[in-house]
Design a protein around this ligand. Structure first.
Ligand SMILES: [Zn+2]
Length: 56
């Protein structure tokens, strides 16, 4: 499996961050709380906001 990175935006301050995604074609969904389904990763932006990115 090849890892690639995608750019995401913080839902609170729009600060950009890059996350590793398992698949180039994956769709990213950003949430403010953890969900019990799917693969996700936690991102903390440079302003200290934590959010979750889900891979769909
Ligand atoms: Zn932020």
């Amino acid at each position: 499996m090849q890892l690639s990175t995608r750019e995401v935006q913080c839902p609170r301050c729009a600060e950009r961050a890059s996350v590793r995604v398992p698949d180039e074609d994956v769709e990213l969904k950003i949430g403010r709380s953890v969900a019990a389904f799917g693969e996700s990763t936690t991102v903390t932006c440079s302003n200290g906001h934590r959010y979750w990115v889900y891979f769909c």
